[in-house]
Design a protein around this ligand. Structure first.
Ligand code: FAD
Ligand code: NDP
Length: 654
């Protein structure tokens, strides 16, 4: 109260009191959800050691016969670039390096992915209702290069996956990818100045897997952020007697229909349960509601759901207003960033103009210029937090009022209202989700923040009552991307050993994040990650990938120029310069204080981040983002590039 809604010390106003009550409600709701086991409440499906969960984690989509007939790598071979991941991130790495002239010969690049094809997120996820939540015109990469016009403002999963294949075709990458292959470890070979990467290639149910050793000059990590599906360790879950699957491995044999045509006929006489009401469920539930005899939605925390306003792309508008001049996609993406992070000029048109650009307090998560560095004092931090809550109130109140407008039963409507600030969970957008709860076959089972108690052979138990089910959909999300303080090796699930036997995991455990600009770390030469901790965030992951990859391509071009044709460059960040960058990042950590009180979720490792001891919190602050937001971060990188000396990066010839 002492800091007031306007940030000045004063007696509380009526507005202050309203905000305080709201903050109290948020804090109570968050407290209900904090669990002693934090992230340990979940089991990563890739770590499952039982047949049922192992089967759920399997790739349902790989065409093993076709893939077995193709040899794309040679065991023991050396490639110039090895890219871990063949989603949009891996594809962007390959495409942009090719455009920079760094990939020329047939052995210059290979992509390795556990999936059976290109697409990453859009390969694995094929649930009914899947769409991108950021406008497809700026989310789908390389639209200018491929000349593709998305059919709708928000593209469905089918189109997003097809686009991954289109990019691979355009950049001639189809015979440069090793699929169904898990990278296990990467070790820097000091003598040969190469990375050695151990890979296990799965070859389907009828062939044994193969162990491969691949070598490369540059190791590029594009292993994604939300790709390890997890399930809650609810007692009895594994023994559920009906069909059960995770949304990231949708089982159309259980529901009927197919990815291309999701008519889920088999559900017409079934009682279907779904656990989870996050961004995935917001898209799935309206589809299940259309087909299931009865649908039981088990909710722990309601999502904030804003209007979507999906529309078909108008080819005329596309030609004349959207894709109208060279460089349009970058301009549009940065315009989106500007409007999201309160960095737009007064007269700057809002080109995307969608719901994302109307949640100003999301800047609590992605940063914003204009608020300066927040001093690490209780007063300054308190004032910034108060400012953000004030900024957010119309958004959250609007979302709650929208529930009342749409959902007819007042009791159900009340349970569907989100009581947390907009920056605590990814906002969702739908014109079908809330409406589904007006259907007579859709039943909301709200667990008041507690979650399911148990699973029996025949159903789910909450409040001592069993809900009998035939099919159970686990829409329970993914391992947190901030796991291991965002260390790229942990995110990729591999051991990375750098110079002198230094393990990346150990480095992060010991000192926390340490990078130069969030793309490389000392002791690990020739290893780059598109965006790690210590870079800037925005809602559109593609912008984050593009910015990091563009910067990496610049560094590598300069490095190769420096060592000259015929020599192999060894490129490494210096310890001094990464500490200097880390210091810059840590100075910005107080800005993000409003995240501390957030309701548990993957962004704060299920509330675990707020419970760490001071030493661990200090370490965690090294993983902060850039508090002035993406445009400011881009400026920093541009200045660095134009200075020209690759300051803080040592380049030698191998
Ligand atoms: P991914 O697409 O995750 O690809 C990484 C690949 O690396 C995966 O295929 C994985 O199999 C592979 N991999 C990882 N580790 C290994 C290993 N050890 N060995 C071999 N292969 C490995 N973001 C948005 O901005 N807008 C959206 O609308 C949006 N929608 C999403 C919807 C869903 C359902 C999910 C889960 C995420 C969504 N995201 C969205 C985030 C999304 O993940 C990113 O936008 C983007 O697709 C990330 O691309 P990527 O290539 O970096 O990672
Ligand atoms: P989330 O982690 O957001 O949601 C998981 C859900 O499962 C939550 O509602 C969670 O509740 C619930 N849950 C977990 N354990 C239990 C339990 N024991 N009992 C009851 N409920 C439980 O995963 P999603 O897959 O929904 O989304 C992950 C991210 O992927 C999104 O934030 C977004 O970034 C991206 N995404 C984007 C989409 C798009 O629109 N294009 C679509 C889908 C995903 P609680 O909240 O209480 O933890």
């Amino acid at each position: 109260i002492a800091n007031g809604a306007n940030g000045h010390s004063q007696f509380p106003t009526e507005e202050d009191m309203t905000l305080l009550q709201l903050q109290q409600r948020y804090a109570e709701e968050a407290a209900k959800r904090i669990r002693a086991d934090g992230p340990a409440q979940f089991l990563d499906l890739t770590d499952a050691d039982t047949d049922r969960f192992k089967a759920i984690a399997e790739d349902p989509w790989a065409d093993h016969a076709a893939l077995n007939a193709k040899e794309t790598v040679n065991d023991g071979a050396t490639y110039k670039f090895l890219v871990l991941g063949a989603g949009y991130g891996g594809l962007l790495f390959a495409a942009r390096l090719k455009q920079a002239g760094l990939i020329n010969g047939p052995d210059d690049v290979r992509l390795v992915d556990a999936a059976g094809g290109f697409g990453g997120t859009w390969y694995w996820n094929r649930y009914p209702g899947l769409h991108c939540d950021v406008e497809s015109y700026i989310y789908m990469p390389l639209l200018e290069e491929t000349g593709y016009m998305p059919k709708q403002k928000y593209a469905p999963g089918t189109e997003l996956r097809e686009h991954a294949d289109r990019i691979a075709t355009h950049f001639d990458l189809h015979d440069k990818a090793l699929f169904r292959s898990n990278a296990q470890s990467a070790t820097w070979d000091e003598e040969r100045r190469l990375w050695t990467v151990q890979v296990t290639e799965g070859r389907g149910p009828n062939e044994p897997s193969r162990e491969l050793t691949l070598k490369c000059q540059y190791l590029l990590i594009a292993s994604g952020v939300l790709n390890v599906p997890h399930v809650p360790k609810i007692p009895g879950l594994e023994g559920f007697g009906g069909e059960m699957f995770h949304t990231a491995r949708w089982d159309y044999s259980a529901t009927g229909g197919s990815y291309e045509s999701p008519d889920m006929e088999k559900l017409k006489d079934k009682r279907v349960g779904i656990i989870g009401t996050g961004a995935t469920s917001i898209q799935v539930i309206p589809q299940l509601a259309k087909w299931a005899k009865e649908l039981y939605v088990f909710q722990r925390t309601p999502s904030a759901v804003h209007p979507r306003d999906q529309k078909e792309t108008d080819p005329e508008e596309w030609k004349t207003k959207i894709a109208c001049k060279e460089g349009w996609q970058k301009t549009r993406s940065l315009n989106f960033v500007a409007h999201m992070s309160l960095a737009a000029k007064d007269d700057e048109e809002n080109l995307v103009g969608d719901g994302w650009t109307k949640i100003p307090a999301y800047s609590a998560l992605i940063g914003s210029p204009g608020f300066g560095l927040v001093e690490p004092t209780p007063e300054a931090i308190g004032a910034n937090v108060a400012r953000l809550y004030k900024l957010d109130t119309p958004t959250t109140e609007g979302a709650r009022a929208r529930v009342d407008q749409i959902v007819k039963d007042p009791e159900t409507a009340n349970k569907l209202k989100a009581w947390y600030p907009s920056w605590c969970k990814r906002p969702t957008f739908s014109d079908m989700y809330l409406q589904a709860f007006n259907e007579p076959n859709v039943h909301l089972i709200d667990t008041n923040g507690q979650g399911i108690e148990a699973v029996t052979k025949s159903g789910l138990v909450f409040g001592g009552k069993e809900y009998p089910l035939d099919v159970l959909v686990l829409s329970t999300g993914y391992r947190s991307p901030v796991f291991g303080n965002g260390n790229p090796a942990a995110k990729t699930g591999i051991e990375v050993i750098g110079r002198g036997g230094l393990s990346m995991d150990e480095k992060w455990k010991k000192i926390g994040s340490a990078t130069l600009h969030g793309i490389a770390t000392s002791g690990f030469p020739n290893l780059f990650f598109a965006f790690g901790p210590q870079s800037a965030a925005t809602a559109n992951f593609i912008t984050m990938l593009e910015v990091g990859i563009h910067h990496t391509a610049h560094i590598l071009s300069k490095a190769e120029e420096k060592v000259g044709v015929g020599s192999r460059a060894v490129v490494e960040v210096t310890r001094e310069e990464e500490e200097a960058w880390t210091l810059q990042v840590m100075m910005r950590a107080p800005y993000f204080a409003s995240l501390m009180g957030c309701t548990p979720g993957y962004l704060n490792e299920e509330g675990h981040s707020a419970k760490q001891d001071p030493k661990e919190m200090m370490k965690a602050s090294r993983s902060s983002g850039w508090s002035e937001g993406m445009l400011s971060y881009i400026e920093v990188l541009e200045e660095y590039r134009s200075e020209g000396s690759l300051k803080g990066i040592e380049v030698t010839a191998a």
